[in-house]
Each structure stands twice: as C-alpha cells, then as structure tokens.
Design a protein around this ligand. Structure first.
Ligand SMILES: [Fe+2]
Length: 281
C-alpha cells in the first residue's frame, strides 16, 4: 500500500487528492434549478472555464455578492496523479519474464547505466524491451493501463499512448536508483516482477519544492490525508504496476534483502510513454 514517509504508516492514496475536497466545497450552496443557468453564466464570468456544464446534482459553488453568512471555501488545484494496479494472476507472467530477462542479461551482461548504481552490480538493460516479442504480454498490459490513465486524465483518446522505451532492471543487494525524473516523456512507470522482503521501495517527493520552505505543525488527521504529505512510498509488490508523470522526481531505496543469490534480487521493468501525435482511426 502507498504510505507516507514513515515505514509502517500504510495508508491509501487517491489518484486525485484534490477531488474529494473540491467536491465538498461545491456542495456548499444549493441553487434552485430555475436560477442555475443564470448563475452558471455569472460563475463563468467570474472564473474562466470553471464549469463545462452544471454539476449533476443541482449543486453549484456560487458565492453571492453579499451573503447572509460568511463561508470559507477550500479548493485545490494542480494535483499530482499516480496510478497503480496489481495485475491479476501475475505469477505465471512473472516466471516467464524472469526467465527471459536473465537470458537477455547473459547476452548483454554490461547493459547500460542510467539512475542505477552500477557499483553494486545493478543491471539495466537496453531500452528496446517493448520491441521484443518475448515481453509482449507485459507490454500489452502496460498499454492497457496507459489507456485507462489517459482516459482518467481526460486526454483526447484519439491520440493513443505509445511506449517510447522500456527496460529491465536487476538490482542485487545494496542496488538502488538515485533521485531522478524521466525527461522528454509524458508518463513513466514501473512493474515489479520479483521483490523479496526489504528489497527497497520507490518514493515520490512533493514536486512543489517551495512548499517545503516553511513546514507547519500538522494535526492528527495529517497522516491519513494524502494531500498534506511531502513524500509517498510504494511497496515493491510482484505484479504491481505503477504509472506516474515523467516529470515527477523519484528514487528507489537500496535493496536490503538478506536472501542469497538470485532470490535476493529486485527485478523490475521501467518504461516511458508519450501521446501519439497522430489521430488514430
Ligand atoms: Fe525512474
């Protein structure tokens, strides 16, 4: 489960932390249907493109110019979305992936170096994994998830997700990935194939660096309100697929598994996705 900075605080995180609070704010003022269209126009004049159409439940956030009571509205903008899914019945898929990845490594033992810590023996494959037929089952699952992400983000679905590059990672004991982002891409992701206990979590930091200039003392609900977190950790569970914006800075903890040999390796696949520039169909 995603968790805040404390290792034991396993707490759910929403894809859009601002959505719930924003909906609460919109539920503040009930408007009779007859007045709704007029007020909608007023609202559009006050806040450009605020609504494309009236909310479905006859509720609209419209402050009167001289209200009878004062009310403080809480709205949140510019959220950072992270999507994840645990692939169903992934054990058989992962067995095949492990076999093909080790075969790939034996053909190209040097691999390449990016954010991986080569000195610890971490292996990073070449970037054309998505073009290799032996990995097509996983590639298909990634594209399927990316379509859902694009839909969830309200992208124009006529411009399909395309995998730009994709690679395998084998991180033995003490292997880790330095803090980094993925330039020149729209969405990035990771899929976990083998993840022994204590093999290292991936973490994402609040991209608003200036938000850390002054950190207030937080109340008791802060641990369960992901919108107030400054970092979030995801456990490396085999079969878990995580997608995040390519610009979002992240890193991976060192693999501290005590298992000997290949059983102690953290094996994962990473990828970058862009939006096709040509309309499909
Ligand atoms: Fe990365």
């Amino acid at each position: 489960m995603p968790a805040q900075g404390h290792p034991d605080s396993a707490v759910n995180v929403t894809d859009n932390p601002g959505a719930t609070n924003s909906a609460d704010a919109h539920a503040s003022t009930r408007i009779p249907p007859a007045r709704r269209a007029k007020l909608l126009l007023l609202d559009l004049a006050a806040k450009t493109c605020r609504y494309l159409e009236p909310p479905p439940d006859d509720v609209i956030n419209m402050a009167e110019s001289d209200p009878k009571t004062s009310q403080l509205f809480h709205e949140q903008y510019f959220p950072t979305s992270i999507f994840y899914t645990d692939l169903a019945e992934s054990a058989a898929l992962n067995l095949e992936l492990v076999r093909h990845i080790y075969a790939w490594k034996s053909e190209d033992p040097e691999g390449i170096v990016r954010s991986n810590f080569k000195q610890a023996g971490s292996w990073h494959s070449q970037l054309d994994m998505h073009e290799k037929p032996q990995f097509s089952a996983l590639t298909d699952q990634i594209i399927k998830a990316a379509v859902e992400v694009f839909s969830g983000m309200n992208y124009d679905m006529d411009f399909a997700p395309v995998i730009d590059n994709m690679w395998a990672n084998i991180n033995p004991r003490y292997g880790y990935n330095r803090s980094h982002s993925h330039p020149d891409t729209l969405w990035s992701g990771v899929y976990y194939i083998q993840a022994p206990e204590n093999c290292g979590r991936i973490s994402f930091n609040d991209p608003r660096s200036q938000a850390q200039v002054y950190t207030p003392r937080m109340g008791a609900n802060a641990n369960t309100d992901s919108s107030s977190w400054s970092e979030v950790y995801y456990g490396p569970i085999p079969g878990r697929l995580i997608l995040f914006p390519g610009w979002l800075v992240h890193e991976v903890e060192p693999n501290l598994s005590t298992l000997e040999g290949d059983a102690g390796n953290r094996i994962s696949v990473s990828f970058n996705i862009y939006q096709s520039s040509t309309r499909s169909g």
